[in-house]
Design a protein around this ligand. Structure first.
Ligand SMILES: Cc1cc2nc3c(=O)[nH]c(=O)nc-3n(C[C@H](O)[C@H](O)[C@H](O)COP(=O)(O)OP(=O)(O)OC[C@H]3O[C@@H](n4cnc5c(N)ncnc54)[C@H](O)[C@@H]3O)c2cc1C
Length: 803
């Protein structure tokens, strides 16, 4: 084995082999893959090899499309068969709700160029004659589905990489990793050491254990998974190969395997495998079968597909494979570790492996994944995703693999985990809570404890009437919302302004003022949106999206502040409450000696002040579009502040409101949100943030690209629509039609209670942004007339917030 390499990839499963191949394709040939056994000896060898393009996240769906399209090219260039069976596949619906879900899936596929086809139950039975029609109401056909040979695919990646100069070493275990001062690594193996500039952890079932070599606890867990293969079926003899089939009600997938059928299930009571550590002597191994465990699913399967119950079982496979808590892969560089990358938690290696390899190789070679990979970025998890949290959430995710996730559905596992001091107060006020990065936050407030439960649905839920009341209270009097669920950083020390000016696109505000700013990457794309609050000459309080805190920290590590400037994450140290509405000033003024008049404390002011006895940082800003204040206090004061505001608020018509009301109010104002309207595939001009980019302040990251975007106008435009909706509003990812053609996609939607219209935000080609008519938005399979609004529907001049 060689003793140095630019990259060492640990793990020769389908993912590691794909990473190796893609690195060579991106131009890095001096790369070495180290595998402890034979290639594929972890999860890969016993996989069912199924592949499909549908994914809840459109950006992951795109990478799945890429993966499937790659196999033909791999076969052509290497001569190695991938064992492709592109049969097509059908997803069957047994209920109206599932049919609605299929309609939404088809609609989402439209702007991804997927040719999904909704079919009647008769048509479904023609395509897949083994089904018993009685149990189904329709289906969705996807021509790009099928299965591959797991061994063949892995070999093909490895062969193609080796032909380009990569090396593969087998039967050699990496036993330790030591960081060198220059950022490179000593990879310590059973067969000697390799010095590598970069290390990729693609260790699949052992990803956790390899992570621990560098002090990292990765949120991955293996689950046992069983499938069986039946004896040959007479009905299949002489027939064309059967298409793949997913039966959501039975929680079953099935496909033809030679003359029989392969049938797998994600059972409700899934069993984690080796929850604490993965044994090193597990290779090319399977686990004991436990047919009892999947017996309820098999019973349904034999009812739904009777021919399968009429033959014997030839083989049962029980093997482990890994999942992250949300079921998406964990990919990218690790904060705090130089040149250490992960590509693990890939639960659908044959749909996703290619896309994961592509994104990671670009990230390593070009410094950017080249696509929007937020949904699989390892940085979406922080320290709160502990071993036990991961265990609970992975089991939940596994058990729900084939269940519908409704847009308003909050999942129950691992809750409550993080709560703020006002949690019990909010609970007593009948809050219905949501979970955000493990933190409980109120979504809306019921009138009684018995009502404090939301029906899950694709349509307007029982929350609608409550959200209406909350929005009107904010619009007409005053509302109070907890806003702790934001990321926060305190930047301080000599050089604060210069550093922020370099990493942020807007000018750092004057002392006592607030400025909104995008953060751009070198390509001028949005990688964050921040509120910069200047507390002092050398102290700035940054407020941002909490889910992205680790992601931002990793970016700040890449663009570190100079000596003397400290960037301190403080999300849970400063907790927040916000009051908004026309009475907000009068309410807050009665609690502070600071003059809050518009002349003394105008819109976008920020100042330390006492509220009652409580030292606070107060900003005059509100996401509701109304006059409003955000009040930040260290956590020990939050409860006292809450009591003070709610008691004083009685005289001002104060009502509690939650995240649902805030969301509809920000859409009425056409305010975007990170991970919805703002993502790394959009430029600031396209996203309507051009006014927050200050080209006159000197250089900053992404300036040249953003200037180019400004001059060209950008390809896309974020716009607001009012929609002729019925009892269901857009929620995100619906296609936008214009004159019979799909031209864009929705990023957020909600019913705007103050303007009494159903609303949607979304991206369309810039050239269409001047049109107002001819648009439609497809909501649950129905194209609804939509009008492009050239300005926010509520208070376009902004006079209410500036009052
Ligand atoms: C029963 C079953 C059915 C499945 N069906 C499908 C399906 O239909 N479709 C689909 O897409 N996916 C399916 N999967 C999931 C699929 O198998 C995984 O997504 C995929 O195999 C993950 O690949 P990987 O490379 O990440 O991990 P692995 O295959 O586990 O590879 C990791 C490799 O790293 C090596 N390694 C670990 N630590 C070290 C070390 N310290 N030094 C050297 N080498 C090391 C291991 O030996 C191993 O070969 C199924 C899985 C199972 C169990």
């Amino acid at each position: 084995m060689r003793t140095d390499a630019r990259v060492v990839v640990i793990g020769g499963g389908v993912v590691g082999a794909s990473v190796l191949y893609h690195l060579t394709r991106a131009g890095w040939k001096d790369v070495l893959l180290i595998e402890r056994g034979e290639l594929t000896c972890g999860s890969t060898w016993h996989a069912a090899g199924g592949m499909h393009t549908v994914n809840g996240d459109p950006n992951v769906a795109k990478l799945q499309q890429y993966t499937i399209n790659l196999y033909k090219e791999l076969e052509r260039t290497t001569g190695q068969s991938c064992g492709m069976h592109l049969t097509g596949g059908i997803m069957l619906a047994g209920t109206r709700e599932r049919l609605d879900w299929l309609k939404m899936t088809k609609a989402r596929g439209r702007y991804l160029g997927m040719e999904l086809e909704l079919v009647s139950v008769d048509e479904a039975a023609r395509l897949f004659p083994l089904m018993n029609k009685r149990h189904f109401v329709g289906g969705l056909f996807d021509p790009i589905e099928g299965h591959v040979d797991p061994w063949g695919v892995t070999q093909a990646y490895a062969k193609a990489a080796q032909a380009a100069g990569a090396e593969v070493t087998r039967h050699t275990r990496v036993v330790d990793l030591k960081a060198r001062a220059d950022g490179s690594w000593d990879v310590i193996t059973e067969a000697g050491n390799v010095r590598a500039e970069h290390v990729v952890n693609a260790a699949g079932l052992w990803a956790r254990d390899v992570g621990r070599m560098v002090g990292l606890e990765l949120p991955v867990l293996a689950m046992e998974h069983q499938y069986l293969i039946t004896e040959d079926l007479a009905a299949l003899k002489g027939q064309k190969e059967q298409i793949h089939c997913i039966d959501f009600e039975g929680e079953i997938y099935t496909r033809q395997e030679r003359g029989g059928m392969l049938l797998g299930t994600y059972e409700r009571a899934g069993v984690p495998w080796s929850p604490l550590a993965t044994p090193w002597d597990f290779a090319q191994s399977l686990l004991p079968n436990d047919l009892e465990r999947i017996a309820p699913s098999l019973e349904v399967a034999f009812e739904h597909f009777p021919a399968l119950g009429e033959v014997g079982i030839k083989k049962v496979v029980n093997g482990p494979f890994t999942f992250a808590p949300d079921g998406n892969p964990l990919v990218g560089p690790i904060r705090g570790l130089r040149n250490f990358w992960v590509a693990c938690g890939v639960m659908a290696g044959f749909s996703q492996g290619g896309g994961v390899g592509l994104a990671l190789s670009r990230w390593m070679v070009d410094g950017d994944p080249g696509a929007d990979v937020w949904a699989m970025d390892v940085a979406r998890y922080g320290d709160w995703a502990t071993l036990a949290y991961t265990n609970t959430k992975v089991r939940e995710n596994y058990s729900r693999r084939f269940r519908i996730r409704f847009p308003n559905e909050e999942l129950p596992a691992a809750r409550p985990l993080r709560t703020t001091p006002v949690y019990e107060r909010l609970q007593a006020a009948h809050a219905v809570f949501g979970d955000y990065c493990g933190l409980e936050h109120p979504l809306w407030f019921a009138h009684t404890a018995a009502e404090a439960h939301e029906d899950i649905t694709f349509h307007r839920s029982n929350a609608h009437a409550h959200v209406f009341e909350e929005c009107h209270a904010v619009h007409e009097a005053a509302g109070l919302i907890e806003i702790s669920n934001y990321g926060k950083f305190e930047v301080s020390g000599a050089g604060t302004e210069q550093w922020l000016s370099h990493v942020m696109a807007n000018r750092v505000p004057k002392v006592g003022r607030i400025a909104l700013t995008p953060m751009l990457n070198e390509r001028g794309k949005l990688i964050g949106d921040f509120t910069m609050c200047r507390v002092g000459a050398e102290r700035v309080f940054l407020i941002c999206t909490w889910a992205a805190e680790s992601y931002y920290r990793r970016w700040f590590e890449r663009h570190p502040p100079p000596a003397g400037v400290t960037v301190r994450p403080c999300a849970m140290e400063y907790l927040g409450l916000s009051v908004a509405g026309p009475n907000a000033r009068a309410l807050l003024q009665c609690l502070t000696r600071t003059d809050l008049s518009s002349a003394a404390f105008p819109f976008l002011s920020f100042r330390a002040m006492d509220v009652g006895m409580i030292p606070a940082l107060v900003g005059r800003i509100s996401f509701t579009g109304e006059l409003g204040y955000e009040i930040w206090v260290t956590s020990e004061y939050q409860r006292a502040l809450y009591d003070l505001l709610t008691t004083a608020g009685r005289a001002h018509g104060l009502r509690l409101f939650g995240g649902r009301a805030l969301n509809t109010m920000r859409i009425e104002k056409s305010f975007g949100n990170w991970a919805r309207e703002f993502r790394p595939i959009y430029g600031p001009h396209e996203a309507g943030l051009g006014r927050f980019v200050d080209f006159g302040k000197g250089d900053f990251i992404g300036r040249a690209a953003a200037l180019e975007e400004k001059e060209s106008g950008g390809a896309l435009r974020l716009v607001t629509f009012s929609v002729d909706a019925a009892d269901a509003d857009a929620v995100g990812d619906e296609p936008i039609w214009h004159e019979g053609r799909v031209v864009g996609w929705v990023t957020s939607g909600a019913y705007g209670h103050r303007v009494q219209r159903s609303l949607a935000l979304g991206y369309i080609p810039a050239a269409l942004a001047a049109a107002t008519e001819g648009f439609e938005i497809e909501i649950i399979g129905e194209r609804r007339r939509a009008r492009l609004e050239s300005q926010p529907l509520l208070d376009p001049s902004g006079s209410r917030m500036r009052a």
